[in-house]
Design a protein around this ligand. Structure first.
Ligand SMILES: [Zn+2]
Length: 157
């Protein structure tokens, strides 16, 4: 984000325009940027908080449980280098729920390469169930029965 300076900045400010170079949008009330650049500036200032917010929003939209804290998410990102490897292209990493139905809870997240994550959805569910049994979470209470994997679901975030 390149910001205008000096006279141009003053002129844009007076008009209530966004202060990003080349942006002609109206700035938000009492803010220096338009909606789009306000979002971008938050992302630059605190990428962890930004991506945490997006993840939580997506979880809500997909009606998934979401109980991880920002602190946990930050720790997860640092351990996995997720922020620097995330993306939509092949080879990029995505956050995977080890057991889909458990949602975004501590211990249920890992990062997977995008293609791998998609493939996983089509493989035997039981394999993941047994893998997960080695983790500290006891899923038998929360997840008593097999639920079919929805092949139409989007690639996780
Ligand atoms: Zn703008």
């Amino acid at each position: 984000m390149i910001l205008v300076e000096g006279k141009t900045a003053e002129r844009k400010k007076a008009k209530g325009k966004c202060l990003v170079y080349g942006c002609n949008n109206q700035a938000r009330k009492c803010k220096s940027f338009c909606n789009k650049h306000e979002k971008e500036s938050r992302k630059e200032k605190n990428p962890y908080r930004y991506w945490y917010g997006i993840l939580r929003l997506n979880a809500k939209r997909r009606k998934k449980v979401f109980t991880i804290s920002l602190e946990y998410f930050i720790q997860f990102c640092k351990e996995t280098n997720y922020i620097n490897t995330k993306g939509r292209k092949s080879g990029s990493m995505s956050i995977d729920r080890k057991i889909d139905e458990l949602g975004y809870i501590e211990g249920n997240l890992q990062i997977l390469e995008i293609g791998e994550n998609t493939r996983k959805k089509y493989t035997d569910y039981g394999k993941y169930l047994s893998e997960f049994k080695e983790s500290p979470i006891d899923i038998s209470d929360i997840f008593p029965e097999k639920v079919p994997i929805d092949p139409d679901e989007e690639v996780p975030f």
